[in-house]
Design a protein around this ligand. Sequence first.
Ligand code: AQP
Length: 349
Amino acid sequence: MLAKESAFKQLVFSGVQPTGNLHLGNYLGAIKRFVELQDRFDCVYCVVDMHAITVWQEPTELKKTIREVTAAFIACGIDPKKHIVFNQSQVAEHAELAWVFNCVARLGWLNRMTQFKEKAGKDRENASVGLYAYPTLMAADILVYRATHVPVGEDQKQHLELSRDIAQKFNNDFGESIRSHGFGDAFFPLPEPLITGEATRVMSLRDGTKKMSKSDPSDQSRINLTDDADTIALKVRRAKTDPEPLPSEEKGLRTRPEADNLVGIYAALADATRAGVLKEYGNAQFSTFKSALTDLAVAKLGPIGAEMKRLMNDPAAIDAILADGSARARKLAGGTMNSVKDIVGFVRS
Ligand code: AQP
């Protein structure tokens, strides 16, 4: 029988790709949640640059976006002294454990991953091997810290389930070795996804059935964390809606994806619920609601964007945060990797 998950020290891990255009979805679905979890858990937050290169990244641009995501973490309120903030490529153990997991995960499991299908599109033969193996690297990111909780947006749920399958199979396949090395019945925890709140899947402002995404060619589809007040106001004003006023109850949003999205965004920004927002704005015209949403978004995002810009003016200070976080992450990851090598049967000096 597997050890209970509570047998593991509680630890939060999550990552964001430095692929440009950090947006409201990344903030509400992930980074805002990272900030909230800091009081209850030890946290490890990673700029996953090795994931980013699974699709082409311009090298000079990549350096800039790694620093930009780091600046966003700090500007949103993550404390890099109390917790660990670093970039993935500075901790080689992520890649090392990913290789072991490539040998644990099954082709059939990876073939089911919808993100690969969506990102590779019709030209699958031309996709990188890295894009295909993305989920095993993600499992390694989490499990190299033996993290127990992973805050992510809804789109990452399937990858998290795969991470749990990999952890479980490793624990089963190497069960005897795990026990003989004194690790009890399970070496890896089964990491829990934390997908909660009103904005686990923020949708495009141009199409309420499509996820808000960094790679959408239309900048009007998303609110970027660095957008100024005028740009936010324009994007909210132009956001697609339907002709009806807002419903007074949540069930009235079910068949209205654009209305549901805007109410969800408002609720998440205000730390409220959709029902609470509709209490105030039920039966309001979109013009009234959009103007309130603009004020709220500018009030919440304005200071973050300004702080990001200030931090980005001092890249050496950002690099120092990443160097310090990487050194601390390496210690934790190195310990796990030594144990994994012993469990798998590698000889090490
Ligand atoms: N629209 C979203 N709503 C809620 N959460 C979201 N996340 C992303 N989009 C939304 C969450 O943000 C975290 C970091 O995402 P990522 O940078 O690792 O990768 P991503 O999911 O590929 O981001 P994009 O914006 O969706 O990029 P593209 O355009 O490449 O598809 C994750 O926790 C994610 O769930």
